[in-house]
Write a new protein. Sequence first.
Length: 540
Amino acid sequence: MAPSVSPHAPWWQSGILYQVYPRSFQDGDGDGIGDLRGVIARLHYLVDLGVDALWLSPIFTSPMVDFGYDISDYTDIDPLFGSLADFDALVTAAHGLGLKVVLDLVPNHTSDQHPWFVESRGSRDSRKRDWYIWRDGQPDGGPPNNWTSEFGGSAWTFDAATGQHYYHAFLSAQPDLNWRNPQVRQAIADVMRFWLRRGVDGFRVDVMWHLVKDADFRDNPLNPDYTPDRQPYERLLPLYSTDRPDVHDVVAELRQVMEAFDDRVLIGEIYLPPEKLVAYYGAGLKGAHLPFNFALISTPWSARAVGDLIARYEALLPSGAWPNWVLGNHDRVRIAGRVGPAQARVAAMLLLTLRGTPTMYYGDEIGLPQVPIAPEQVRDPFETNVPGYGVGRDGCRTPMQWDGSAHAGFTAGEPWLPLTDDFASRNVAVERSDSSSMLALYGALIALRRARAELSLGDYEEWPSGEADVLAYWRGHGGRRMLVVLNFSDRPVTIALPSSAAGATIMLSTMMDRAAEVAGDRLNLRGAEGMVLDLAPTAI
Ligand code: GLC
Ligand code: MG
């Protein structure tokens, strides 16, 4: 077992991250779209919930073709969200409340409206031509190679004015920057310093594994496992367009920029299997502090699959690397939509009792489901471009539901995406007054994790429960131990507790009704029940 980190662990190890999707958190000006004034108004909610840091998806100047992941000015705030003054006010207010603020950094691509790209596409001898990825087409007029966009179609768009194609891993309105160009690296380092000096506590780096492409632009190979029911991007294996060995030099450079400032965090968005993901900690751990671990999002929801995943990930972690876990984000189906409302409680307990920094996604704590989106309500360009595969992300981006008033207290106007039908009962105000609500469970889990170093910083060791549907593990720190027991099935299960756990106190049940009960040598779990047991005889 790796030794526990010191009690003086940095905030991004001991703490909990919370993702705010700014369009959907709180609208402050009645235009139906969330904004910075709205976020400021809700900071107390985050403090009450007990999280340590908020990560804001992009708030920068943007034509919003990909809702802010298409940036046209890296160092200003889009008027939709507010102003730089509003941003400064947010950072000041958050820091005053003890909350850290993490921004989204989108270095892989800009908007096609960014002045850099406008200049680059201006002529073949533009000073910024090489800031983007321009290539000649095939002699027959076809694109330079077979690479495809994650959002459908060729990843190359022909620019008639200069007779070359530019590369875009996502929309054609999101041309990729050329990270082999040192001026690009310098320009993004300057962007980082701009925000770090303004007080931000770190960055979540968008599509980090995409940053560097094959120098020879070799064709990607066919995916032998492809079946036509899968979205077109999966037809090829993105072997040469992503996760190139030299990306790690770039990540190390990004980290270098952070190192000039105290106590900041570098997080990477990386969709790769754990074996490849862990390389993003970098040689000598000089890469990302937290390469986002999304494996729970795609692993089948069973005790064995999840237990095996944890073991595999723990075994792969480089010595000294700090783990992390994510259950949801603005690109993936909501956890409650994927595993159902009962198991979503088990998932909450899992996320908040695992070893490693948890990242929560706004709204999961009130059990927001994947909201059905009617065809005329579709906003996501991914869904518009690649219809019929269920790739649309609008259903996980719907407004936060604060109370039972009109539009759930999210906006005085018309919300940009629909609310849930049951928003009158599924909202913060109602769940606050219900001691068994999802919000109450999240609050209790977070409070327990904050109170007990076993959960935030302790060791992890699986305990074989003897029941196929029950995942159980020890968390230990400073000579104290807790046992977490999770029933992944919807039927009751009885397990024989290890002798060292007999007589333990139930600290928390996902059903919020058995706290302080003392366990005997057997533990009866109801369907979809999870529990945290404390081996110390006294309650906190
Ligand atoms: C990341 C973002 C996603 C965006 C894409 C392109 O995956 O999380 O929302 O569409 O990058 O920028
Ligand atoms: Mg607004």
